[in-house]
Design a protein around this ligand. Structure first.
Ligand SMILES: *Cc1c(COP(=O)(O)O)cnc(C)c1O
Length: 362
């Protein structure tokens, strides 16, 4: 068996040790004679797995006690819709800062429910930067302000401290950068993420929500769309995605054992520097248009001079054991995703391949 370097944007590469542990435990978890996915979510065994995963995630990210952590089925997109249902007020306005594809998706999901103000939009600049904070047109009394911490397709990432948006709580889609570096959770009202980029397998989403916000009435909604109900039942209002929750828990433990978010911040900075250096050092053969201060550490879109070379790059890199470098169809080109589970040597292998490819085809 050979495992390749997998640059998939999501579902994405997982730590090999986690996959091995899941494999070893698949038929018989902890001596119970059954798999963890074959037992009730209300069993003492699964409740212990679930509680451990939450405790480890709290430790990993530094989630204060006054924040609830929900593990929910459905992806990040589902949460995007639920944000309005749970936290908007009837007749109220919500503010969105759009810095790429997922910011636009987030708006699309809430338009049926609430008035949306686009406070800032990076699209006129082709999503190559983040509009300066002074230019944001925030609504006084907005129910919340939404940002996308890392734009997975356009490769634009908020760097440094969370933006100060005044009174309204800041909501952030962290799907592709959660647990990739230390953050101050207390600066946010809601942090949410689909697991399949940086946390585990697809099928579970993590929602970190400041508890006082759960007192908001929100908009009329079914119980199953109500975060308060999920919180009251420890995310077991209905059958949760037990396999995904368990596997995510193994990833959290792995991250803690590897040194936590400080260590991953160091590795992620190194990996992204290696790949951006290969792009910037290519004399224009490879291009990434995002302004350096907003460049994503997690997802690096880059472009070759033409389509034929791009197709060739995808085929040859795959041959060389570098998987899934084709760009998203919305932007084309190539994309390297460098989540926590991608080793530094994966980034080195990619940069070496890029230089070699340029020598042969440049
Ligand atoms: C992948 C992604 C989504 C969509 O996630 P789903 O789980 O497919 O709904 C939303 N936001 C960001 C930033 C993403 O990277």
């Amino acid at each position: 068996m050979t495992r390749v370097y997998n640059f998939s944007a999501g579902p994405a590469t997982l730590p090999e040790s986690v996959l091995r542990q899941a494999q070893a435990e698949m038929l018989d978890w902890n001596g119970i004679g059954a798999s963890i996915v074959e037992i009730s979510h209300r069993s003492a065994e699964f409740i212990a797995v679930a509680a451990r995963a939450e405790a480890d995630l709290r430790k990993l990210i530094g989630i204060p006690e006054d924040y609830a952590v929900l593990f929910l089925s459905g992806g990040a997109t589902t949460q995007q819709a639920l944000l309005a249902l749970n936290f908007a007020s009837p007749g109220g306005t919500v503010d969105y800062v759009v810095t790429g594809h997922w910011g636009k998706t987030a708006i699309k999901q809430v338009r049926p429910y609430v008035k949306v103000n686009i406070a800032a939009d990076g699209e006129p600049d082709g999503f190559t930067d983040i509009p300066p904070r002074e230019s944001w047109q925030l609504t006084p009394g907005a129910d919340y302000v939404h940002i996308t911490a890392n734009e997975t397709i356009h490769g634009v990432e908020f760097r440094g401290d969370a933006p100060d948006v005044g009174e309204a709580p800041l909501f952030a889609d962290f799907s592709s950068s959660i647990a990739s570096e230390p953050i101050d959770v207390s600066k946010y009202g809601v942090i949410y993420a689909g697991a399949q980029k940086n946390l585990g397998p697809v099928g579970v989403a993590v929602v970190i929500v400041r508890r006082d916000l759960l007192k908001r009435e929100g908009l009329p909604r079914a119980d199953i769309f109500d975060y308060r109900s999920h919180e009251a039942r420890d995310s077991m209002l209905n059958t949760p995605p037990t396999w995904n929750w368990y596997l995510a828990g193994l990833v959290f433990r792995w991250m803690l054992e590897e040194g936590g978010v400080e260590e991953f911040a160091r590795r992620n900075a190194e990996k992204s520097r290696i790949v951006y250096d290969a792009i910037d050092g290519s004399g224009g053969f490879y291009r990434n248009q995002v302004l350096p201060e907003f460049r994503s550490r997690m997802n690096i879109p880059f472009f070759l001079p033409d389509e034929a070379l791009t197709a060739r790059f995808v085929a040859e890199s795959k041959e060389a054991g570098l998987l899934a470098l084709k760009g998203h169809k919305a932007v084309g080109g190539l994309r390297a995703s460098l989540y926590n589970a991608m080793p530094v040597n994966g980034a080195r292998a990619l940069a070496d391949f890029m230089r070699d490819f340029q020598k042969r085809h440049g």
